[in-house]
Design a protein around this ligand. Structure first.
Ligand code: 5AD
Ligand code: SF4
Length: 439
């Protein structure tokens, strides 16, 4: 989401006549787009700001440093006092005002805008993309979150949920297709709550995926409380909607889920998982897990480990609980699991995840996948890397492929995180899916 927001800020800055530079030493303005989700995310930002202050002191005292995003929203004016690290503070709904705020800073004032909006979606701003190598792009479809999970600061930093109008999303995806992009990831805090005057996420996915049958469509993040059957049906039927679903469980224990204010039980969650696996053969699943939430007992933790073993996620983002100010957990519950216990529980969860992913990946040996080529492998530049429809990274020999090609690859070996394969031939979504249907 922050990458996507930074691409909107890029567009606003370029419009104002500034140009991007790679080296902080050459910059007149530096923005740090920030995340508040856990304390360690914020600590990294403070370190980065101190580094920029040293650059500023040594090369250009007039350099403007701005704090953008969730930390700006959370800490507001108070950031300005802290060690004089920043000149500007801009919350996630105030990026349009950046040019005016820059004028204020140039006039010698400190500038702050952290007003949240009920409407802002930046729908009319064409992002200037810096990620994805011209092959894949993020498209933000909604902002904010109304779910109020007890641990989460997002509803306070990103404000109320609101959706972009459907036509503006279709126009953006059409433009990406015209520019040769091969993959779009549709983004929102909870994409399943997308609602443009009654038009649903399923309707949006239907329309987006019809724009170009050779363009892959991904989406993130879904909340387990509202995953409709029609959407599962659509994913199963439409070859270019990727068979990969990020569906955060957070915990495998009902009492913890209740304390977290997650409105589903383990049983309902598992029912959804079984339905996903049944309706979408070969679907890959991933989750987010928080360990050591307020009051979590050994037995409650054991239920989460058990859930990991039962689902066998292909991928998981696993976190130690980090108390955040203003949240319900901060106001009403005690952060009473010790750091040592949190750490050892995390290790157990990570181990269970790796074991599950490893055994899933072993089942892939001998199977063929359509891989969208990203570029040279990070470890060996004679090899190429790309992803399957199920979002698994595959490494294979470079023949004459280029980023953006679809290649049919046979999987030979694997680890818990990566597949290794033999390239068979260049292909396409249409060709590969009809070949699979015949097989
Ligand atoms: N501590 C740890 N992890 C958190 N997340 C959200 N808030 C917290 C917190 N206070 C995790 C959740 C969410 C992911 C984006 O970050 O798992 O799904
Ligand atoms: Fe945070 Fe819960 Fe909203 Fe996700 S659904 S952003 S975890 S409040």
């Amino acid at each position: 989401m922050n990458f996507s927001d930074s691409e909107i800020v890029n567009s606003i800055m370029i419009e104002r006549g500034l140009k991007p530079t790679d080296a902080p030493e050459n910059a007149d303005v530096i923005f740090v787009n920030t995340c508040s989700i856990r304390d360690n995310a914020e600590r990294k930002v403070w370190d980065r700001l101190k580094y920029f202050r040293s650059v500023k002191k040594s090369v250009n005292n007039d350099m403007v440093v701005g704090l953008l995003g969730c930390m700006a929203e959370r800490l507001k004016e108070s950031v300005l006092e802290r060690e004089k690290l920043v000149d500007m503070v801009v919350g996630p709904d105030a990026y349009r005002t950046i040019p005016n705020l820059l004028d204020e800073v140039e006039d010698g004032r400190k500038a702050v805008n952290v007003i949240l909006s009920l409407e802002e979606t930046y729908a009319d701003i064409a992002p200037v993309r810096t990620t994805g190598n011209g092959v894949s792009a993020f498209v933000s479809i909604m902002r904010g979150c109304d779910n109020m999970c007890a641990f989460c600061v997002v509803p306070f930093t990103r404000g109320r949920e609101r959706s972009r109008d459907l036509e503006s999303i279709l126009d953006e995806v059409q433009a990406l297709s015209d520019q040769g992009y091969k993959e779009v990831t549709v983004l929102g805090q909870n994409v399943n709550s997308f609602n443009d005057n009654g038009r649903t996420f399923t309707e949006l996915m239907d329309k987006v995926s019809l724009i170009n049958p050779e363009m892959r469509i991904r989406f993130s993040t879904s909340h387990p409380k509202d995953f409709p059957d029609e959407l599962l049906q659509l994913i199963a039927e439409r070859p270019n909607i990727c068979k990969y679903i990020h569906i955060p469980a957070q915990s495998g224990n009902n009492d913890v889920l209740k304390r977290m204010r997650r409105p589903y039980t383990r049983e309902q969650y598992m029912e959804l998982i079984h339905k996903m696996k049944k309706m979408i053969p070969g679907v890959a699943l991933s989750t987010d897990i928080i360990t050591g939430f307020c009051g979590e007992t050994d037995a409650e933790h054991a239920d989460t480990v058990e859930l990991m073993k039962e689902v066998k996620y292909d991928l998981a983002y696993m976190f130690i609980y980090s108390e955040r100010e203003r949240t319900l957990a901060h106001r009403k519950m005690a952060d009473d699991v010790s750091d040592d216990i949190k750490k050892s529980r995390l290790t157990e969860i990570v181990d269970a995840q790796h074991a599950g992913a490893k055994s899933n990946n072993e089942l892939e040996h001998g199977k063929r996948h359509l891989v969208l080529v990203e570029g040279p492998s990070k470890r060996d530049e004679n090899q190429y890397q790309g992803r399957t429809d199920t979002n698994k990274m595959v490494i294979f020999d470079q023949i004459d492929f280029k980023p953006g090609d679809y290649v049919e690859v046979e999987i030979i070996k694997s680890t818990s995180a990566t597949l290794f394969g033999k390239a068979i031939k260049k292909s396409s979504i249409t060709e590969f899916s009809s070949q699979m249907a015949l097989a």
